[in-house]
Design a protein around this ligand. Structure first.
Ligand code: BJW
Length: 254
């Protein structure tokens, strides 16, 4: 099937669904200017491997380096805005929930761009860098109240602060993961968008949805390890494909 034909078939499935679940990854924010994890990095941080920095052991070993990296990343995010892919997912949520369909968006992204685009039913699997957390008291502090005048970042009482994200070697927030897995297991259509599908437990969602009988869709310019579990593949960028899909769904009666 060509991409336009696949978009048409997927749009029909989504328009008829009672429950839709979407998983997103760094690729969705790529066209907003956010660096992905497994594609080459640029500038100051090109000599570091994001997969090594995003580990609890890296923070334990060198909290200054890791805190500076997150500071750089949210400074980068402050200059980014949601792209047409984020906006199409927010519109899709409005359209589908307006038709009585249950819609859940589980994201591995920590940049808040889905919420900025207007998505409301967002499950942040890997947390957010828009709040930081005290390593002693677990108190959460919004970014604009965190003191970045020196690194590593410390609270007013001198305790080490960290971004409120989930690193390798840490558990995902249990309630968020439970709700995401429930949505994936019970949906009629599952879409995996802009993720390399190598990081668990999210890497297992497509297979989980397929084995529960959902139609599974991958939107990614590249093949990934989860492509085999995807019944439909649309090989394009999310900022191009998602608006096309939305446009077809909107034009169909529920
Ligand atoms: C486009 C595009 C465009 C480009 N449009 N697409 C089972 C088996 C093996 C290992 C494990 C396992 N269970 C757990 C593990 C260990 C580990 C893991 O998964 N390891 C693997 C790497 C092997 N998982 C964990 O430790 C997790 N914890 C856990 O499971 O606890 C229980 C447990 C622990 C240990 C053992 C057993 C159980 C925690 C994982 C936390 C991941 N955290 C990070 C950092 C978060 C903070 C931050 O963002 O800085 O999350 S790592 C990083 O990877 C980040 C991302 O969210 C995540 C996924 O990356 P993503 O989004 O897929 O990005 P990329 O760059 O990889 O891919 C981009 C894609 O976009 C590409 O495919 C492009 O083609 C595409 N693209 N442009 C659409 N315009």
């Amino acid at each position: 099937m060509s991409d336009p034909e696949t978009v048409e078939v997927v749009a029909e499935r989504v328009a008829r669904a009672s429950r839709v679940a979407v998983l997103t990854g760094a690729g969705v924010s790529a066209e907003s200017g956010m660096a992905t994890f497994r594609e080459p990095q640029h500038g100051l941080w090109s000599k570091y491997d994001p997969m090594e920095l995003a580990h609890i052991d890296a923070f334990r070993r060198d909290p200054e380096l890791v805190s500076r990296w997150y500071h750089w990343r949210f400074s980068q995010a402050a200059e980014c805005a949601p792209n047409p892919g984020h906006r199409a997912l927010a519109d899709l949520e409005r359209v589908l929930t307006g038709r009585g369909c249950d819609f859940v968006l589980a994201t591995q992204n920590i940049d808040g761009l889905h919420q900025q685009a207007g998505s409301e039913r967002v499950l942040e699997l890997h947390g957010t860098f828009l709040t930081w957390r005290c390593t002693e008291t677990a108190e959460r502090v919004p970014l604009d109240r965190v003191d970045f005048s020196s690194f590593p970042v410390r609270s007013a009482s001198g305790s080490l602060m960290r971004p409120d994200v989930v690193w390798f070697g840490e558990q995902l927030p249990a309630d968020v993961l439970r709700r995401a897995e429930e949505a994936v297991r019970s949906c009629d259509v599952f879409m995996t968008v802009g993720t390399s599908g190598v990081v668990w437990p999210a890497a297992g969602f497509c297979e989980l949805a397929a084995s529960a009988g959902a139609a599974t869709v991958e939107i990614n310019p590249e093949e990934t390890p989860v492509s085999g579990a995807a019944q439909f593949a649309i090989r394009g960028t999310s900022a191009r494909v998602l608006p096309m899909l939305l446009e077809r769904i909107v034009s169909m009666d529920s």
